[in-house]
Ligand binder design. Structure first.
Ligand code: ZN
Length: 277
C-alpha cells in the first residue's frame, strides 16, 4: 500500500497511514518533539510511544479513535526518555503501559532529576511565553502557547504525577490481533538501556523509537546540554546495520520524517565517527 497523508487537524503532528491499520504521527517540529504511532490489529488498538506535550498526546488519542473506531488497548514505551513517555498519564489507568524492565528502572532512577529540571525550565519558560503571547498574532501559535502555559503550570503543581509503564517485559514478544500482528523486538542497551522497536514483518515497516533519527548532530558528542548520547554506541551501530539489512522498506524514526535504509546507514556512520571509542 502507498503511504497516505491523512486529513487530521493537529498543530503538533502530521498523520500518515503507512499500511492497513498502521499509522504514524510525525511531529511538525524536529526536536525535541517526538514521533509516535498507533496500530489497529483488529481486536486491539496499540499506541506506540506517547508524546511529551499532553495536548499532542490528546491529539494522538483522538486520531487513534477517529481512524480505527476503537479505544486504545495497550500503550508501549520504546524507551524511558520523557519525550516518549510523558503523555502516559493521559491514558486511563486500566490500559496497560508496556516497557522493558530497564526502561522502568531507568525511569525511576532519573525521575527526581528530570522533574527538577522540568520545573526549572517551567519557571523560565512561563515568563518567556507570557511575554511572547502578547506579540503573537497567528492563531495556531497562540493556541500552542496557551497549551504550553497550562502544561508548565501543571508541572509546577506539587501534586503533578507522571505515569510509569506498568506491564514489564524482558524479551521480545508478539501481539497477535485478529487482523494483524506486531512484533515487539527487545533490543537491550543501545540508545538507552532496554530499547524496544515495533516491527511489521509482512508489510516491511519498523517503528524504531530513538534508535533512529532522521537527522543527527555532531554537537551531541560535545555539548553539556541534554543530548541523545547513546548508552551503548557500538550496539546501537550494530543494530542500525542489522535493521538496515532486514527486508524493511519504511522506518519510523523517533524524531524527524519517515526514513529509508540510507538514513540507518548514515546514523551508524555517525555513531562510529563521534561515539565509538
Ligand atoms: Zn530518546
Amino acid at each position: 500500500m502507498e503511504i497516505k497523508k491523512l486529513d487530521f487537524d493537529s498543530i503538533y503532528f502530521d498523520l500518515y497511514q503507512l499500511d492497513s491499520g498502521i499509522y504514524a504521527a510525525i511531529s511538525a517540529e524536529k526536536l525535541p518533539s517526538s514521533n509516535a504511532g498507533f496500530f489497529d490489529l483488529g481486536n486491539y488498538l496499540v499506541i506506540f510511544d506517547t508524546i511529551m506535550d499532553p495536548y499532542a498526546t490528546e491529539d494522538l488519542i483522538k486520531a487513534s479513535k477517529q481512524f480505527t473506531n476503537k479505544e486504545p488497548s495497550f500503550v508501549i514505551n520504546s524507551h524511558y526518555h520523557m519525550d516518549h513517555l510523558f503523555g502516559n498519564r493521559k491514558f486511563p489507568i486500566e490500559i496497560p503501559i508496556i516497557s522493558s524492565a530497564e526502561t522502568l528502572s531507568t525511569y525511576h532512577k532519573n525521575l527526581d532529576d528530570t522533574l527538577k529540571r522540568f520545573r526549572g525550565i517551567a519557571t523560565t519558560e512561563l515568563k518567556r511565553i507570557q511575554e511572547e503571547i502578547k506579540k503573537e498574532t497567528e492563531p495556531n501559535k497562540i493556541l500552542e502557547m496557551k497549551n504550553d502555559i497550562n502544561t508548565y503550570n501543571e508541572i509546577l503543581d506539587p501534586n503533578f504525577k507522571l505515569r510509569p509503564p506498568d506491564f514489564i517485559i524482558n524479551d521480545s514478544f508478539i501481539i497477535q490481533g485478529t487482523e494483524n500482528k506486531v512484533q515487539i523486538n527487545y533490543i537491550g542497551d543501545a540508545h538507552t538501556p532496554g530499547d524496544i522497536v515495533a516491527y511489521f514483518e509482512k508489510v516491511k515497516i519498523c517503528f524504531m523509537g530513538d534508535l533512529l533519527f532522521e537527522e543527527t548532530d555532531p554537537n551531541w558528542a560535545t555539548t553539556t546540554d541534554p543530548a541523545p548520547v547513546p548508552t551503548d554506541a557500538q550496539k546501537l551501530h550494530d543494530v542500525l546495520i542489522a535493521y538496515s539489512e532486514m527486508d524493511i522498506e519504511t522506518y519510523v524514526p523517533g524524531h524527524g520524517k519517515l526514513c529509508k535504509k540510507k538514513i540507518l546507514q548514515e546514523n551508524a556512520k555517525f555513531y562510529a565517527k563521534y561515539f565509538i571509542k
